[in-house]
Design a protein around this ligand. Structure first.
Ligand code: NAP
Length: 263
């Protein structure tokens, strides 16, 4: 099944689940400023919510909002019993601390999975594992390589793959090129989250049975969306960009909202 087909069928399942719930789940989305990419991401999240019957509450604040004021708006959402899940669209303007904002969101509402005490699995790693499982990928004992060690993708991805009993290697910008080639060449699963166009290409060798999950979002010279891996690498499965991990991430957000609403 393609990722688009998988996501469409999962949304139908979630919509049925919502119909059977005792209240309409509500996701509050806080957005600061008018960054075009954020506008597009928020529009996508609101559309997803509409498709499965979740109430999306979009709270917009001007770019100049003071940090204190934003933190107090987050607190208002934390205290609002009608809100099941709360996310703050990133990036934030430079005068606002992302770390403080992530801590300000009540861990029980933190459906992005960013708070240190959150019980929610961060959306991108969760979406990837759920999809691979649906494809029949057997994680146990597989050599998984995660390229990138950010707090929102690389680290939680490595953690989740360990929980799935993979042998996990995390690579990053300080990894030596020959080591990168060695680990990539021996990997059964490669999750690439670097943010560099064509980072994985035919300079590397791959196991023919390998799976490449491409998290990267880049624009090529023509302005088209592309991943971190060159298209058509000689592996068994390679997720596309667009129409890949981005859709899985959005699906996970809906799943987390439903979990929050049931608590
Ligand atoms: P990030 O915070 O910038 O982290 C990038 C990671 O890549 C860092 O750990 C960095 O290593 C590593 N890296 C950079 N250059 C490298 C190199 N030459 N060799 C090996 N590793 C290198 O980015 P992020 O937030 O994790 O996002 C990564 C990409 O995924 C971006 O394109 C982002 O837009 C995309 N993304 C997509 C989704 C989705 O839903 N599709 C979700 C989140 C992010 P150091 O730690 O050593 O600097």
């Amino acid at each position: 099944m393609t990722i688009k087909e998988y996501v469409a069928s999962e949304k139908l399942r979630l919509a049925e689940e919502v119909k059977g719930m005792d209240h309409v789940p509500c996701l509050a989305i806080i957005q600061v400023g008018d960054v075009p990419a954020s506008n597009a991401y928020v529009r996508g999240k609101i559309k997803d919510c509409g498709e499965v019957g979740v109430d999306a509450r979009h709270l917009r604040f001007p770019e100049e909002i003071a940090e204190e004021e934003l933190l107090s708006e987050i607190q208002k959402c934390n205290d609002d019993p009608s809100i099941d899940g709360l996310i703050v669209q990133l990036p934030l303007p430079k005068h606002i601390s992302e770390a403080k904002v992530k801590l300000a969101v009540d861990a029980r509402l933190d459906v992005d999975g960013f708070h240190p005490l959150t019980s929610f699995v961060p959306c991108t790693p969760k979406g990837i594992v759920d999809y691979l499982r649906s494809e029949g990928f057997d994680f146990t004992g597989k050599n998984a390589v995660v390229i990138g060690r950010s707090n929102i993708v690389g680290k939680p991805m490595a953690h989740l793959l360990l929980k799935e009993n993979c042998n996990v290697t995390v690579l990053h910008s300080k990894t030596k090129q020959e080591d990168m080639a060695f680990y990539v060449g021996h990997a059964d699963l490669i999750v690439v989250a670097v943010g560099r166009l064509g980072f994985l290409d035919e300079r590397f060798t791959y196991k023919p049975s390998a799976v490449i999950v491409d998290v990267g979002i880049n624009r090529n010279e023509e302005g088209k969306l592309k991943g971190d891996a060159k298209e058509g690498l000689p592996v068994a499965l390679q997720t596309p960009v667009p129409g890949g991990v981005g859709l899985l991430t959005r699906l996970s957000l809906l799943k987390n909202v439903l979990i929050a609403a049931k608590k």
